[in-house]
Design a protein around this ligand. Structure first.
Ligand SMILES: CC(C)(COP(=O)(O)OP(=O)(O)OC[C@H]1O[C@@H](n2cnc3c(N)ncnc32)[C@H](O)[C@@H]1OP(=O)(O)O)[C@@H](O)C(=O)NCCC(=O)NCCS
Length: 195
């Protein structure tokens, strides 16, 4: 008998909310708001992200993205979330739980972004506090991981404020903005989380 199994029913509509935020998977009607926010935040985001495909901000690119997301969710591989302000439905940013590993690992890796107009207002710290209970709860993770470039002081701060532990440095770990870059590795165990 397997000691570790997939959650008995993988929730397809995981929509955690709290602190005035709603997190949910993107849908096609999010495209105009998403493309506009990503476009106006391009210079702010691109130093910290993989190179954007040339058609990333087009409707076709977004549709392809949603198809990939749907496959990932159904196969319990990744869970993308957009972050909305509940009061007015404004899109603020996004968090993706990727690289979900089951079996004896039960871990996944978060990546995140905030639109430039909303940066530095506590948005990502609040969004993680809303999401983490769902990752350790509904998705039954034992461990959540994150990695960031050492000079990304805002991201380091968010992870430390949120209770992640700095675990090491991985050399030339991810290809960010076209360059293989060293990353600080962070982790949080279920028992570390005191939501
Ligand atoms: C990293 C990012 C997601 C943070 O989101 P955010 O909503 O601005 O984060 P918060 O407001 O919750 O917290 C930011 C914290 O970092 C601090 N900070 C921001 N820039 C900083 C800097 N250059 N040096 C030191 N601290 C900094 C803020 O002061 C704040 O800490 P405080 O509450 O103690 O004052 C956002 O800046 C972003 O999207 N950056 C570009 C993309 C990116 O880096 N993605 C992550 C890749 S690992």
């Amino acid at each position: 008998m397997a000691l570790f199994r997939l959650p008995s029913s993988v929730p397809l509509a995981l929509e955690p909310r709290g602190s005035g935020l709603l997190l949910r998977a993107p849908v096609m009607s999010d495209f105009p708001q998403w493309a506009q926010l990503r476009d106006r935040s391009r210079a702010y985001l691109t130093p910290w992200e993989p190179i954007w495909p040339s058609d990333d901000l087009t409707r076709t690119g977004f549709r392809r993205r949603l198809r990939r997301y749907a496959e990932d969710i159904v196969n319990d591989r990744a869970y993308p979330f957009l972050i909305f302000r509940e009061a007015d439905g404004a899109l603020l940013g996004g968090i993706t739980l990727a690289n979900v590993r089951r079996g004896i690992v039960q871990a996944g890796t978060i990546g995140y972004w905030v639109g430039e107009p909303f940066a530095g207002q506590g948005c990502m710290t609040s969004a993680l506090q809303v999401l983490l209970p769902a990752l350790f709860g509904e998705l039954s993770l034992h461990r959540v991981e994150a990695a960031c470039i050492p000079t990304n002081l805002g991201s380091v701060r968010v992870l430390e404020k949120s209770g992640f532990t700095r675990e090491g440095l991985a050399r030339r770990y991810l290809c960010i903005n076209g360059v293989w870059q060293d990353h600080l590795l962070f982790g949080m165990l279920h028992e570390d989380f005191h939501g």
